[in-house]
Ligand binder design. Structure first.
Ligand code: PEP
Ligand code: MG
Length: 602
């Protein structure tokens, strides 16, 4: 939906993350972040190597010319920066290894370069010294320059996306972003990225979840955004209202600037809650856990004052790379989080690959799946995903389980199994865990013998047939993102049906409530780790349903805590009873709005 206003254009979408971003629009071409991955024939090796050599030479000349052009006035940092990029460009790891990859793996120049980029960046990112760790960003910039040359583009500074002018922030506008693209943007948030707009994508697509993880306001499913905005336009992204304002008039801009200031002040106030225990007004203690995607996110969880990690989406360790992580690499990653959390619970979800989270071609190849594009699944969200995937590749699963078990010797680690629909999947998983334990015992490696295995309740079948699952598991976690998707038959990544993705649908609420009720009765710890857990509009309802374990994006913890502190369990229970009696989602929404207004006044 798009509407022309006298003051400026307004483009509607689904707001994610909340808040306001003001910045210059940067339009990202649909495939600017995507690297062509082409398998080549042996006869084409020389051509690809020559393309690489040529692109490197052009970038060398470009950097030398920039350096020559620096006048005496330029700060010495500019010179040092160019020298550093020149040195990176000449380093054997970047200059020679991609050529070898082209020859050995028979792949095109761009692909070889990006494979090596990830290897080099990972090396940098493991360095303790923050200065050296941040140099991974320079390596990416150098490689961007080379990729630009390979694509035949002219000179000039290349950025992915472009860097904002001094003092400016960027609002990125694109068709769609894959979850891996989103990880790629992470490093730009501290520099100049203020907000994100995509034309596709539903509110709980993995891209949306990662956008929330970046702590950025985002607008998803903003149809027509790329056509309605010109590069460099001043835009205001209002994720609370769910729209983008293009070239706002001065009075609109002043109002948005005021709100942006308020937003900053509110953030500072919320930070003060960090050390406070989350307890309802009538004294019920609540655990607020963090959802994380990569080991380094544990830092955000700690900074937000999380009581532990309720969901570590381990699949992000496996994505965007050509070799699957070894047992040792996985162990290091899981142990890093376990150590960082200093005894607080760390819930590691086993690989949830499939649907919109896919492995690279070479990684799939190493599982014996064969090269080339995977056979398209007619409906990947219903296909070989999560636990189904792991059970289909026993070595992959066992390797991960051994790594998680080993990490349990350095912290309080738990195993969480995604997408359970059949009891035999739980039984097979437990048999794999037992096998992994035997293997470690044979190797005389340490693990926590009492490690708990829990299951995600995110397929309606599991929510309905709960007792059989609960009998075999030590804890449960409601994955409401998928529970909604599978209950309502709505692809969570599809913007065209996003309006039907209704988290307040009575069927969804009933499945959540029966799971929480069952968990309480069976004394089985039960959390909610879907996006709903981080929505303050729902905090009172959840407390009223008896939830005491919420797991969410670290950026949401302070706000949810503030809400918990102001709610009494008794009034929350009354609200939940009213909501659960109602069958009209509109009326449910009204009840929650009223409760929300009451809370805001209090
Ligand atoms: C969920 O489905 O609610 C969930 C937490 O898992 P993911 O979003 O990673 O599918
Ligand atoms: Mg899920």
């Amino acid at each position: 939906m798009e509407k022309d206003m006298a003051t400026g254009k307004e483009i509607a979408g689904t707001g994610v993350g909340g808040g306001i971003a003001i910045g210059r629009a940067h339009l990202l071409a649909p495939h600017e972040l995507e690297i062509q991955q082409v398998a080549i024939e042996r006869k084409d090796v020389l051509r690809e190597v020559a393309r690489l050599n040529n692109a490197f030479s052009l970038v060398r000349a470009e950097l030398d010319e920039l350096r020559d052009r620096l006048g005496g006035q330029e700060p010495s940092e500019a010179r040092a920066f160019l020298d550093l990029h020149r040195a990176i460009l000449d380093d054997r790891l970047l200059a020679d290894v991609p050529r070898e990859l082209v020859r050995e793996r028979l792949i095109n120049a761009e692909w070889a370069l990006t494979i090596q980029l990830e290897v080099v960046c990972r090396q940098f990112e493991t360095i303790d010294d923050p200065y050296f760790r941040e140099r991974a960003q320079d390596v990416r910039q150098v490689v961007d320059r080379v990729l630009h040359r390979l694509a035949g583009a002219g000179g000039g500074p290349v950025a992915l996306p472009r860097t904002a002018a001094e003092g400016e922030r960027l609002v990125l506008i694109t068709t769609d972003l894959a979850p891996t693209d989103m990880l790629h943007l992470k490093e730009r948030v501290k520099v100049d990225l203020a907000g994100l707009v995509t034309e596709l994508g539903g509110p709980t697509s993995h891209a949306a979840i990662l956008a929330r993880g970046l702590g950025l306001p985002a607008l998803l499913g903003a149809a027509g955004a790329r056509g309605a905005v010109a590069e460099g336009d001043l835009v205001v992204l209002d994720a609370d209202a769910g729209h983008l304002v293009v070239n706002p008039d001065p009075s609109q801009l002043a109002e948005y600037r005021r709100r942006l200031r308020e937003q900053g002040e509110a953030r500072i106030a919320l930070k003060k809650l960090k050390g406070k225990i989350a307890r309802t007004a009538d004294g019920i203690a609540v655990d607020l856990y963090a959802n994380i995607d990569l080991p380094d996110d544990a830092r955000d969880a700690l900074e937000a004052g999380a009581d532990g990690i309720g969901l570590f989406r381990s699949e992000f360790l496996f994505m965007n790379r050509d070799e699957l992580p070894s047992e040792d690499e996985q162990f290091e990653a899981y142990a890093k989080v376990a150590r960082a959390m200093k005894g607080k619970p760390v819930t590691i979800r086993t690989l949830d690959i499939g649907a919109d989270k896919v492995l690279n071609e070479f990684a799939r190849d190493s599982l014996g799946m064969g090269r080339g594009k995977p056979t398209p699944e007619s409906n990947p969200a219903l296909g070989l995903r999560a636990i189904r995937y792991c059970l289909a590749y026993p070595e992959l699963f066992l390797t991960q389980l051994r790594a998680i078990l080993r990490a349990s010797s350095v912290g309080s680690v738990r195993i969480l199994v995604p997408m359970l629909a059949h009891v035999h999947e739980v039984e097979q998983t437990l048999a794999f865990v037992a096998r992994a334990r035997e293997q470690l015992t044979e190797r005389k490696q340490k693990f926590d013998g009492r490690i708990m295995v829990g299951g995600m309740i995110e397929v309606p079948a599991a929510a309905i047939a709960l007792p059989a699952f609960a009998e075999r598991l030590k804890f449960l976690s409601l994955g409401t993102n998928d529970l909604i998707q599978y209950t309502l038959a709505i692809d969570r990544a599809d913007a065209t049906v996003a309006h039907l993705y209704d988290r307040l649908h009575p069927a969804v609420l009933e499945l959540i409530e029966r799971t929480l009720k069952f968990g309480a009765k069976a004394k089985l710890p039960t959390a909610v780790c879907g996006e709903m857990a981080g929505e303050i509009e729902l905090t009172e309802l959840f407390l009223g349903m008896g939830l005491t374990q919420f797991s969410m994006n670290p950026a949401r913890i302070a706000q949810v805590k503030q809400r918990v502190l102001g709610i009494s369990r008794k009034s929350a229970a009354a609200l939940a009873a009213r909501v659960l009696r109602e069958t009209d989602p509109l009326k449910i929404r009204e009840m929650l709005d009223r409760a929300q207004r009451r809370a805001a006044v209090a």
